[in-house]
Design a protein around this ligand. Structure first.
Ligand code: NAD
Ligand code: TYD
Length: 348
């Protein structure tokens, strides 16, 4: 029987991965390991927390002894590793937090897996969840493929690149079984409102300014979070050992076009006059080192493993807005307290 440690399971993407695995695989034991930082929220998992095949462990991945205990207690057979500091703007303020969690935390997990699984690495799998941001930035054309060289530009992407290199090195040096996914920008329910889409949904609800960085022409490739969770399921089970897979939506948007679409949909759903929310757009100082364009070539995961997105952007965005409008209490809870200080520091 598999006993899978999912790290960062109380966060945005992790909570969707935990839910998918708990529901789809009743014979697996799913252990959610999370430190519950500002980004971790057990409210995200209320609907599955009582399931028989689910357990939660509040552990920081910087604590190697605690990781060892969890591996022993639950006889962990596989890891899906999502726990990370994940926000570029915060990495610009505090790069070391990203080095600790994203690099040292990952190496702590790798060390435990290496130790506990050494009898036969072929029976175990370490799935490392990474980002397209490790590849740096694109100009107007081209796509990131699995063989694009790493060229990270932010402390966040540099720390994720570092963790990717360590996973690969443990595979090459010790023979640890691993797969890796490098995904584009996700959006969907439970997304912490520091990232573009949930931040702007929250600000539109409260008729607050929408701070667009630079000229708003930077481009991102957006994927619905549940499609990312499906891709992780596919690669975890069917991906080839020691391979990485790029995951994306073939869905590029310039920030300003996306923000205008969001404003239009929100005006409709909130019964406001067309154009009202667009008035909230303000262009602010650009993010330092702001990557110009991300675009993923997801043909490998599509051709080799049959994965493709299941939700169109229009459907996904509409469902996402509906979720935030139906979960104002969730939004209020996560935007009180420390969030206010973060907001002041970042935007004022
Ligand atoms: P998130 O910030 O919403 O969640 C991160 C989770 O990790 C939180 O629950 C937090 O409590 C936990 N965590 C943080 N530090 C920890 C520590 N030291 N020990 C234990 N737990 C800790 O992040 P997310 O957006 O869900 O991203 C999850 C993963 O997917 C990350 O590895 C990220 O790099 C990657 N990723 C994210 C995106 C995206 O668009 N959000 C895209 C591609 C890849
Ligand atoms: P973000 O959601 O932080 O994701 P990432 O930086 O990992 O791509 O940002 C998405 C895009 O939106 C990025 O180009 C930066 C831009 N952005 C703004 O213009 N204003 C904001 O307040 C934020 C948070 C992001």
């Amino acid at each position: 029987m598999k006993s899978i440690l999912i790290t960062g399971g109380a966060g945005f993407i992790g909570s969707h991965v935990v839910r998918l695995f708990v529901r789809k695989y009743p014979d697996y034991k799913i252990v959610n390991l999370d430190a519950l930082t500002y980004a971790g929220n057990l409210e995200n998992l209320k609907d599955i927390e009582k399931e028989k095949n689910y357990a939660f462990e509040r552990v920081n991945i910087l604590d190697a002894d605690a990781i060892k205990e969890v591996f022993k207690k639950h006889q962990i057979t596989d890891v899906i590793h999502l726990a990370a500091e994940s926000h570029v703007d915060r990495s610009i303020h505090s790069p070391l937090d990203f080095v600790y969690t994203n690099i040292i935390g990952t190496v702590n997990l790798l060390n435990q897996a290496k130790e506990d699984w050494k009898a036969d690495y072929s029976k175990h799998r370490f799935h490392h969840v990474s980002t397209d941001e490790v590849f740096g930035t694109l100009g107007e054309t081209g796509f990131f493929t699995e063989t694009t060289s790493y060229s990270p530009n932010s402390p966040y992407s540099a720390s994720k690149a570092g963790s990717d290199h360590f996973v690969r090195a443990y595979g090459e040096t010790y023979g640890l079984g691993y797969v890796m996914t490098n995904c584009s920008n996700n959006y969907g329910p439970n997304h912490f409102p520091e990232k573009l889409i949930p931040l702007f949904i929250n600000n539109i609800i409260h008729k607050k300014g929408l701070p667009v960085y630079g000229d708003g022409k930077n481009t991102r490739d957006w994927l619905y979070v549940i499609d990312h969770a499906r891709a992780i399921d596919t690669v975890f089970h069917d991906g080839k050992n020691h391979e990485s897979y790029n995951v994306g939506g073939f869905n590029e948007w310039k920030n300003i076009d996306l923000v205008k679409l969001l404003c239009k949909l929100m005006d409709e759903k909130l019964g406001r006059t067309t154009g009202e929310s667009e008035q909230l757009i303000t262009y602010v100082k650009d993010r330092p080192g702001h990557d110009w364009r991300y675009a993923i070539d997801a043909s490998k995961v599509n051709k080799e493993l049959g994965w493709s997105p299941s939700v169109t952007f229009e459907e996904g965005l509409s469902q996402t807005i509906d979720w935030y409008l139906a979960n104002t209490e969730w939004l209020q809870n996560v935007t009180s307290g420390a969030y206010q200080q973060y907001y002041e520091k970042q935007y004022n």
